[in-house]
Design a protein around this ligand. Structure first.
Ligand code: AMP
Length: 293
């Protein structure tokens, strides 16, 4: 695996692979790798000839009061893990390689960025994400790019950019990787002290409780959300948001009649955590097939 710092060098490596007829997979990350990141890299490895992992803690997607400075950084550990997981190139540019003096362009997606994390963190967040990912697509020109369903709204935003700007890249969303006790893996979990780490398991338990109510046939969104809310409240967690929205376009829903995204964000100890479940719509069987005799 090669560690590359410049746009020009990535371009020439990718060009060589493409000329040889190979497919290129890109995994955009901010580093501090855990199994969630590594699952994306392995998926990219399984499906492509050249695997590029980008490692860039993107300053523009952090607000002034957020954790840009504290964000965990350990490039040599990340490089070893990326290599073991099948990466060919770790693209780890400096900030001024991505945002040189005079940088003046931004990608702004309307609508789906105005709710959930876009509302809680501010519009800058998805502007920063959409702009840096679009740039990475321009630099690497991947055939396929891999994202985690952990950041469900982020995947939707990227899919929208790709569709609206006709970018020639296929987006693959990979399932959420969890700790054995259900906590969604996150680079920010290292901010949790032992008590907060224990309390953090509540998020997934709350989502599970709501999913069970949905699975039992409940279709009233308020009732489903209330089931999750109770679990959070019992653990003393007041979410920043806990909402059930359409999994197509994040419109609010009162009655669930399609796939729905149940998303939560909450401060737990020193960390701001997010998690989600997709409540899959199942058509009710109206008749059972006759038994064969
Ligand atoms: P990050 O470094 O946090 O920006 O994450 C890089 C990519 O890894 C994003 O596409 C995330 O959605 C994905 N990711 C982060 N955590 C997980 C997880 N627990 N399971 C699956 N994918 C994840």
């Amino acid at each position: 695996m090669r560690i590359i710092r410049t746009v020009a060098e990535v371009r020439s490596e990718v060009h060589a692979a493409r000329t040889a007829g190979g497919s290129i997979g890109l995994v955009p990350t901010m580093g501090a790798f855990h199994e969630g990141h590594l699952s994306l890299i392995r998926e990219a490895r399984a499906q492509n000839d050249l695997v590029v992992v980008s490692l860039f803690v993107n300053p523009t997607q952090f607000g002034p009061t957020e954790d840009l400075d504290a964000y965990p950084r350990d490039e040599s550990r990340d490089a070893a893990l990326a290599e073991q997981s099948g990466a060919d190139i770790l693209f780890a540019p400096a900030v001024d390689e991505i945002y040189p003096d005079g940088f003046a362009t931004g990608i702004h997606v309307t609508g789906i960025t105005e709710v959930l994390d876009g509302a809680a963190r501010g519009a800058f967040h998805f502007d920063g994400v959409a702009t840096v990912v679009t740039k990475l697509f321009g630099i690497v020109a991947p055939d396929v790019a891999y994202f985690g369903q952990k950041d469900a709204q982020q995947v939707m935003v990227i899919r929208r950019v790709v569709r609206d700007l006709d970018l020639p890249v296929r987006i693959v969303a990979c399932p959420i990787v969890r700790e054995p006790d259900g906590l969604a893996m996150s680079s920010r979990n290292i901010y949790l002290d032992p008590d907060a780490r224990q309390q953090a398991t509540t998020l997934n338990r709350a989502l599970d409780a709501a999913a069970a109510v949905h699975l039992a046939g409940e279709r009233d969104a308020a009732v489903i959300v209330a089931a999750a809310q109770r679990v959070l409240a019992d653990a003393g967690i007041r979410p920043e948001y806990l909402e059930l929205r359409s999994n197509d376009d994040l419109r609010p829903i009162e009655h669930v009649d399609g796939d729905a995204l149940l998303a939560v964000a909450a401060r737990v100890g020193a960390a701001r955590l997010i998690d989600n479940h997709v409540l899959k719509h199942r058509h009710v069987l109206t008749h059972r097939p006759e038994r064969e005799s």
